[in-house]
Every structure is written in C-alpha cells, then in structure tokens.
Ligand binder design. Sequence first.
Ligand code: UT7
Length: 337
Amino acid sequence: MVNKNIPVRIAGVGYCVPDTVITNDDLTKLYETSDEWIYTRTGIKERRVVAGNETAIDLGLVAAQNAIAKSGIDVQDIDCIIGAASAPPKLYPPLSATIGAKLGIKEHIPAFDMTAACTGLIYAMQVARGFIHSGIYKNILIIAADNNSKITDWTDRSTSILFGDGAGAMVMTVAEDGVDDILSLKISANGAIGHYIETGVPSQCCPLVKQADEVASGKILMNGKEVYKFAVTTVPKYVEECIALSGLTAEQIDYLIPHQANQRIIEAIQKRLKYSDEKVISNIRYYGNTSAASIPIALVEGVEKGKIKLNSTAVLCGFGAGMTWGGAVIRLRDGIC
Ligand code: UT7
C-alpha cells in the first residue's frame, strides 16, 4: 500500500492526433467489409493514422507540450517522465526519453516507458501517484502515445478496423492546497489470458543454435470475441468497485470517460452505472481505439466540444493487452485542459 501523505493534483492534460483520416469506406479498398458492418459492431466510422515519417513521438511531443502549457508548470521543473507506450516506433530508446530531449529538458531526469497497452494511462497514473505521495518526484509528465497503425495487420479485417493512432499526456504534481485529485485508483492484470491480444517482437536465436519453431510477425494478433466477453463481464463490475473505493456513489460522479475500444463495451459500462448519454464520453466514432491515449483524447476533446464541464468528477476505466485493466475516480479541476 502507498503511504498516502503528499496529495496529488492533476495539473494539465493534452492530446494530439495525426491529420490523416481513414474512413470505413476507405478500408473496403483493402478487404471485403462495409461501413455498416464496422459501425454496427464497433461504433467506429473513421480513425487517424500516422503517414510517412510521422510517428507516435511527434504526436506525443505535441500532446506533452499541450499538457505542460495547461499545467502552468515550467518544462524545466518536470522531474520524471513516464511513457505509456505499447506500440512505440522503437522499443528503445524509450519514447519518454526521446520526447524529454525534444522538450528541451536540461536536467538528466528519469524517463522510462511501461507497457500496459490500453490500460497504460491508468497504470502510469498509479506509478506517478506513488512517486508523488512518497515525495520521490514532484512534477511528473505522463505520455500515452502509440502508432498502432504501424503494427496493425492490414490484411486482418477483424482487428485492423479497430485501431487508430493518437497521443495523450498528463502532468501530475503536488496538490499544494491539500486536495487530492485521485479519489480512487485500482489496476489489475491476468497473464493467464494474455494470449487474447498479443504482439510478438520479431526475433531470432543465435545462428549457431536451433531456431525457434515460430517467429513473431510483430503485428497485433487478437481474439476479438474473447476480448469482448472479458471486457463486458469484468470491466463494468470493476468500475463499480473503483467508485465504491472513492467514497462517492455512481450518481455523485459527473462523467464516465472509458477507454474507447468498442461502443458496445462502453454501453455495457454505462448500463451498469445507469448513466444517461450526457454523462458518458465517447468519441470512438472519429478515432477508433487509440490504446492508452484514448482516455486523455476523450477527456480533452470532451471539454473542447462542451460535453465535459470542468470543476467536476469523472470515473476513468481502461482494459487491454496483458490482459490488464484499471479504473480511477478523479477530480477534473478548472483549467486542466
Ligand atoms: O483495447 C482492447 C481492444 N480490443 C477490443 O476491444 C476487441 C473487442 N472485440 C470486438 O470488438 C469484436 O470482437 C470485433 C468487432 C473485433 C469483431 O466482432 P465479432 O462479432 O466478434 O466478429 P467475429 O470476428 O467473430 O466475426 C464474425 C463474422 C465472421 O464471418 P463468419 O465466419 O461468421 O462467416 C468474420 O469473418 O464477421 C466476419 N468479419 C467481418 N465481416 C465484414 C470479421 N471482420 C469483418 C469485417 N467486415 N471487418
């Protein structure tokens, strides 16, 4: 258990998506599918993808700059960077360190990436919270950025319809007013069902020994049906547990900002919480599943479009490869995005 003594403030949130839009109709050029099939099963109409030399690092840099600007914290005062990156352009150097350099941070502050796939933001928030609570670091930048399109199997129509590229960022700091913005936060994993979503690193054995029977393609492999069943059974119940832990009731929380994986999964959580459509933030229609970035993108865009009023509370929830899942009840202060 974390020794909770220094309270945490969520100071700034930002996002960035690439300009290139791929519609469901565009996908019909790749394989037999239709806008109707994709939309009715997922709620997705289009997604954004990086093009040419653009990568998750470019997206993550802009998201980080936006979050830092909103936080009012000087970039040179950031003392730790955590990358939530499961489909980064390179396994190393970590995306967090590369973006830290591009931000012009002069001190040699720690920077590392962690892989919790679509639950990455919530996992990173838990790590940052622990650092801040214990006084190890004060101003932490989280960058959730993936270029999923680069590891998508574009011949597999059951997975490539889902994913899109994007980045989100969050600055967490010490709450000088003593009000902790994280009312509850829980993360979990079950590696026994890890094979539901996998991306292997293409590799080889030493040429002097017997080679492995199979070599990973480096593409996303997913058992969509199992992931769907897992999500609709585990996640809604887990969200209720996170709410109970926060000391609030579901009615007292203003918004549900879920990971944007499938509109039908979002609706299963909404039904469980008995929330009206106004309380549920969904933008999957425009971006598909942007993995760890989907929650911050939905949050900031929700504020920009007037769907979310700040000075409010929200329950976040995510799930993805691992299998990992997590939830949090947070305060959304004025001015964070
Ligand atoms: O962050 C976590 C990320 N992952 C998820 O959230 C995934 C959750 N799972 C899902 O959202 C759904 O499983 C999918 C939308 C991916 C797929 O829906 P499904 O109802 O589970 O479809 P399926 O893969 O079982 O395929 C049903 C049928 C098959 O045809 P037959 O064998 O019944 O003739 C597929 O070949 O639909 C076919 N199909 C398609 N048809 C048109 C699969 N993909 C497509 C497609 N267009 N894009």
